[in-house]
Design a protein around this ligand. Structure first.
Ligand SMILES: Nc1ncnc2c1ncn2[C@@H]1O[C@H](COP(=O)(O)OP(=O)(O)O)[C@@H](O)[C@H]1O
Ligand SMILES: [Mg+2]
Length: 287
């Protein structure tokens, strides 16, 4: 007899929306002030996707990386959702940059410092996926990028040195929240181990390549100039150099790889494929 898994059902009418990211909407409930409910949008709310983020987050906490505790997977209508520890009175690093734009450089430097600590944390390579292996798998799903582009990307990914430090997977300042003087990494569904440049490529996409798009600015609460300033300050802090053109080129190459990695985690619609092919083709000049 198959074992039936049962998940508690949650009635969303008792919950109030408090936040929204690229994939999920978060809710609070006054009768459980220390609990946050995260319900992903359609296409990302199946059991496998929700369980992956839940399990990875639980494993990340065991590495000693500060992250809100995962409590329980539940059902909200047809969707699966997560009840987690709610960090009260938190702000994301991007939200701080929006509220106090004069602090963008300071916050980028802090984001860099905490990012470096994350990258320097040895990952459990048996419990987490290899980002390099995932990138190669993503390439198998990216034939729509064209043979020549895929060939170049494959050679590039294969040349990335092995490294067993942590990578976040959605490394951008909306996913670092702070309450008082305590910082927490959130949104860990793509956590892995590998070269830090995989994460830095993702940040470069967020703050430079997509910065002119209204949707990006709405999710990150910053305008194009502010996103670019965040990148510039991060790159200076990371490299220790005012001139970081070489670093930017390397980040652009890893940005193209990040688009390939994305295909493993989310289904690309025709429109997405057109959009991402334009972006990747633009980034190929850095190879
Ligand atoms: N444990 C938490 N405590 C408080 N706020 C949180 C917590 N987790 C996420 N949030 C907030 O919820 C929103 C979306 O969360 P996130 O996990 O980043 O979702 P997405 O996958 O949509 O990016 C963000 O505004 C974030 O600041
Ligand atoms: Mg997020």
């Amino acid at each position: 007899m198959p074992v039936m898994e049962s998940y508690a059902k949650i009635d969303l009418s008792a919950w109030t929306k408090v936040g929204e990211g690229g994939n999920g909407i978060t809710y609070e409930n006054s009768s459980e002030p220390d609990v946050l409910l995260k319900v992903n949008k359609a296409g990302m709310n199946d059991l496998a996707t929700v369980k992956r983020e839940f399990d990875l987050s639980t494993s990340v906490a065991k590495l000693g990386i500060p992250t809100p505790g995962m409590l329980e997977i539940v059902r909200v209508g047809d969707a699966y959702a997560t009840r987690m520890e709610r960090i009260r009175d938190k702000k994301s690093v991007f939200r701080i940059c929006h509220d106090e734009p004069e602090r963008i450089e300071e916050m980028a430097t802090q984001f860099c410092k905490l990012g470096k600590a994350l990258f320097a944390t040895p990952c459990d390579t048996s419990a987490f996926p290899s980002r390099k292996e995932t990138a190669l798998r993503g390439l198998d799903l990216s034939s729509w990028l064209g043979k020549e582009t895929c060939g170049k990307l494959r050679r590039f990914i294969a040349s990335v040195p092995e490294s067993s430090g942590c990578v976040h997977g959605d490394f951008q300042p909306g996913n670092l929240i702070v309450a008082g003087d305590k910082y927490y990494w959130i949104d860990l569904g793509r956590f892995a181990w590998g070269d830090p440049m995989f994460d830095i490529g993702h940040l470069y996409l967020s703050c430079v390549v997509y910065a002119s798009q209204r949707q990006t600015q709405a999710i990150f609460h910053l305008n194009e100039r502010q996103l670019n300033l965040f990148w510039d300050s991060f790159a200076k802090a990371y490299t220790g150099r005012a001139d970081h053109a070489d670093f930017d080129r390397e980040a652009a190459r890893f940005g193209a790889v990040d688009i390939v990695v994305r295909n493993v985690y989310t289904h690309a619609s025709i429109l997405h494929k057109i959009f991402f092919r334009i972006i990747v083709r633009r980034l190929m000049k850095f190879f």
